[in-house]
Write a protein that binds this ligand. Structure first.
Ligand code: MCA
Ligand code: AMP
Length: 492
């Protein structure tokens, strides 16, 4: 049996999940996920790593479906409820998912796919019906999950992890951040990325703790949960802390005091997925007394570096390698850099992903010859701690904690009838880290940017839509014909 489920068996009566106003115990989760597994198996003995996509909002239902797919021997492919159909279609097709489980609120979104041959769209209620069947033995090497992440190619790639890899990503955090069964965490993050799935949900369930879902982030709701006193932990991206600070600043003195006092009682608050600006860290400390624990991770590795839970948390730094993580800084030739010199973070260890789904070449290129995973992030070791200096590619943008490929957006923009050429960049921004900006070339004198945004919204997730546009007669290029994106930044 998968160790996560064995752990749940030890805490059957304890609350595992709070969602939509209901509390579900570990027993509820085990019973319902076994039913999901039996319904998916439909008398077969094993799903044999079939990819099962699911479009279910963050909730008890999401978790029971994820566990059900695992228990039946399938690979869980979560779809994001906020994505437009073309983004989901890409994931469904690329992963080769033949089955999609859909929550009733999102059935209409998938309706255009209903008549597609070979695709079976199953309402959540059907897989939720009580049922039982013998379940397959799942070994640690079996593929378990596929998460789509943007890179330097124009389309996102499916990052495949096995049960063993997931287990290692969970246990390193449980150990480092001292998760306990009495912990209570709020999950306000999207559930198609590692941050929400592993760091928050899976670590809580591994530990016998309780995870409360909110369908989406609302500063007011987070503050109200903090004020209730039920939380012990909170984890979020820097943009969310920025928004929580804004909300606190909008309150009167008496309310602020109550909010600050309640927040100071949590045992740990963590920030990650993007660089935490030191002014945000300092402001949060002045409001809550917490020095946010900043850590560094990536879809392909889970978490790699973390500031210390018990010892020093250094502003602007991401700490040291987590238990089990081997890390080195390397130069362009993949040789370790000299002491105190910057280099690319390269990682080895049981937390590193198995492969990009059906992309052998991309997988090979992501590793050095001697097996180090190349993150593309540049860091320096300074006085015993790592500091992230940036990325090796201008084509990767981080906005609100989401990783966005400039090339993907340029590719879609090229399909617009009035756009001849485009270049997309990330502009530094206090709130979002970076905001997406597009420089467009058109045969026309003027372009309706609102219309272009609307057109893009039908094709890309909201967080990939440019927030700023400019129109140019041509793009700045170097002698090799490559767009000089750093020069472009100055035009905005
Ligand atoms: C939303 N908006 C944005 C962005 N997102 N604008 C610029 N950049 C963005 N990234 C716009 C919306 O289109 C909308 O504009 C307005 O902001 C409000 O949208 P809404 O969705 O309501 O925003 P929000 O709820 O305030 O969302 C902000 C957020 C969200 C909660 C910070 O971006 C978020 O959940 N981020 C977390 C992503 C995450 O989990 N990343 C982890 C991946 P309009 O009104 O015009 O429509 S990284 C990872 O997993 C690795 C392993 C790691 O290290 O953790
Ligand atoms: P993703 O591909 O969505 O998993 O995003 C991973 C990327 O987020 C990393 O490669 C880093 O560029 C960035 N990242 C994550 N955590 C941090 C952090 N604490 N500081 C700076 N960048 C971070």
């Amino acid at each position: 049996m998968i160790e996560l489920f064995q752990k749940a068996n030890l805490h059957k009566d304890r609350p595992a999940i709070v969602s939509n106003g209901n509390t579900y115990s570990y027993e509820d989760l085990l019973v319902r996920s076994s039913a999901v597994a039996a319904n998916l198996l439909n008398k077969a003995s094993d799903l044999n790593q079939a990819r099962i996509a699911f479009l279910v909002p963050p909730s008890f239902e999401y978790t029971a479906v994820q566990w059900g797919i695992w228990a039946a021997g399938g690979i869980a492919v979560p779809l994001c409820v906020q994505h437009p159909l073309p983004s989901m279609e890409y994931v469904i097709e690329d992963s080769g998912s033949k089955v999609i489980i859909v929550h009733k609120d999102y059935q209409h979104v998938l309706q255009p796919l209903e008549s597609r041959p070979g695709l079976s769209i199953i309402p959540l209620e059907e897989v939720f019906k009580m049922n039982s069947s013998p379940l397959p033995d799942i070994d640690l090497h079996r593929r378990a999950m596929m998460l789509y992440t943007s890179g330097t190619t124009n389309k996102p790639k499916g990052v495949v992890t096995t049960h063993g890899i997931i287990q290692s990503q969970i246990t390193t955090l449980v150990e480092a951040w001292e998760w306990q069964k009495d912990d209570y965490i709020l999950n306000i993050l999207p559930l198609h990325h590692v941050h929400g799935i592993i760091n928050v949900l899976s670590c809580a369930l591994w530990s016998g703790a309780c995870c409360e879902f909110h369908a989406k982030f609302e500063a007011k709701e987070v503050w109200s949960a903090i004020l209730s006193g039920r939380m012990t932990l909170f984890m979020a991206v820097p943009t969310i802390y920025y928004k929580l600070i804004n909300y606190w600043e909008g309150k009167n003195k008496k309310d602020r005091l109550l909010m600050s006092e309640a927040a100071s009682k949590l045992r740990l608050m963590v920030s990650g997925s993007a660089a935490l600006p030191v002014p945000v860290l300092e402001k949060w400390k002045s409001i809550t007394g917490h020095t946010l624990l900043e850590r560094y991770g990536m879809t392909e590795i889970g978490m790699g570096l973390s500031n210390s839970y018990r010892k020093e948390r250094r502003p602007g730094y991401v700490g040291n390698p987590l238990p089990g993580v081997e890390l080195r800084l390397a130069d362009n030739d993949n040789n370790p850099v000299d002491k105190d010199k910057p280099g690319e973070i390269q990682i080895k260890g049981p937390c590193v992903f198995k492969e990009y789904w059906q992309k052998e070449e991309a997988t090979r290129e992501a590793f050095t010859k001697d097996g180090w995973f190349r993150t593309g992030d540049i860091a320096i070791l300074h006085n015993g701690m790592y500091k992230i200096l940036g990325r090796d590619s201008v084509d990767i943008i981080k906005s609100g904690g989401y990783k966005i490929s400039a090339l993907e957006i340029e590719d879609v923009l090229r399909g617009h009838k009035d756009i001849k050429d485009s270049a997309v960049i990330g502009l530094e921004d206090e709130e979002w880290g970076q905001v997406v900006a597009a420089c467009l070339v058109s045969g026309q004198k003027a372009l309706d940017f609102d219309e272009i945004s609307k057109w893009l919204r039908a094709r890309l997730p909201a967080y990939k839509i440019p927030r700023k546009y400019i129109l140019q007669r041509k793009l700045p290029r170097n002698v090799l014909g490559k767009v000089t994106k750093n020069e472009l930044k100055s035009l905005f």
